[in-house]
Design a protein around this ligand. Structure first.
Ligand SMILES: O=C(O)CCC(=O)C(=O)O
Ligand SMILES: [Fe+2]
Length: 194
C-alpha cells in the first residue's frame, strides 16, 4: 500500500483511492467473517437521534458494527490505524478513534446521494471504505459515485481490497444500484469532541 500516494491525494483533491490496500487473503477472511455474522446484521437507518429511521428508498444496506478489539478484523484495523497515524502526522487532523461497520448491499440496493457529516456537533472527519468483493465485474454495478466540483463525478468500482478515503464534510456521494451482493467495511475517523 502506498500511504504517500494517499496523503498526496488527500492534500490535492480531498480524496484518494488505494487499489489493493488489503491483500486477497485478508479480503477473503473478512468476507467470511461477514458471512458467519449474517444474523447480527440489521437494516441501516438514516437521520440522527429521535429522527433516525429505516428508509429503504434512501439507503438499503444492512450493517454490523465492528468493535475496535475485534480479533477477526485485527489485521485490517491495524492497517487502518497506520492510515490514521499518517493522516495525523502529515495533515494534522487530530484523528482519534475509528468508528466502523461491515455493510452489505443485497441485490438491487443502493444509497442515495448524501454527506457523511451530519450538521451540528458531528466529529466525523475522514470517511474510509474498504471493499470486500473478490471478483467484482464491471457490469455488477454498485459503484461509489463521488461528486466533485460543478456536478462532475467519479465512479469507483467496489473492487476487493481497494480503499477509498475522503474528507467527510466535502464530498457528497452515493452507492449506485448493486446487481450483486456488495460487501464493504465502512468507517469514519473521528476527531475528539472539544
Ligand atoms: O459503500 C460505499 O461505497 C459508501 C457507503 C456510504 O456512503 C456510507 O455508508 O455512508
Ligand atoms: Fe456515505
Amino acid at each position: 500500500m502506498s500511504i504517500e500516494l494517499m496523503i498526496d491525494g488527500l492534500v490535492e483533491k480531498g480524496f484518494a483511492v488505494l487499489p489493493q490496500f488489503l491483500d486477497q487473503h485478508e479480503v477473503n477472511v473478512l468476507a467470511k467473517v461477514m458471512q458467519e455474522r449474517k444474523n447480527l446484521f440489521h437494516q441501516a437507518g438514516v437521520g440522527r437521534k429521535e429522527g433516525r429511521a429505516v428508509r429503504e428508498k434512501i439507503r438499503g444496506d444492512e450493517i454490523c458494527w465492528i468493535e475496535p478489539t475485534d480479533p477477526l478484523a485485527a489485521t485490517a484495523l491495524a492497517q487502518l490505524a497506520e492510515v490514521k497515524h499518517a493522516l495525523n502526522a502529515h495533515l494534522y487532523l487530530g484523528l482519534d478513534e475509528l468508528e466502523c461497520h461491515f455493510a452489505t448491499y443485497p441485490v438491487g440496493r443502493f444509497y442515495k446521494r448524501h454527506l457523511d457529516q451530519h450538521r451540528g456537533e458531528d466529529t466525523r472527519v475522514v470517511t474510509i471504505v474498504l471493499y470486500l468483493n473478490p471478483e467484482w465485474q464491471e457490469n455488477d454495478g454498485g459503484e461509489l459515485r463521488l461528486y466533485l466540483e460543478k456536478e462532475q463525478f467519479m465512479d469507483i468500482a467496489p473492487l476487493g481490497g481497494s480503499l477509498v478515503v475522503f474528507l467527510s464534510n466535502q464530498f457528497e456521494h452515493e452507492v449506485l444500484v448493486s446487481k450483486r451482493e456488495r460487501l464493504s467495511l465502512t468507517g469514519w475517523f473521528r476527531r475528539r469532541p472539544i
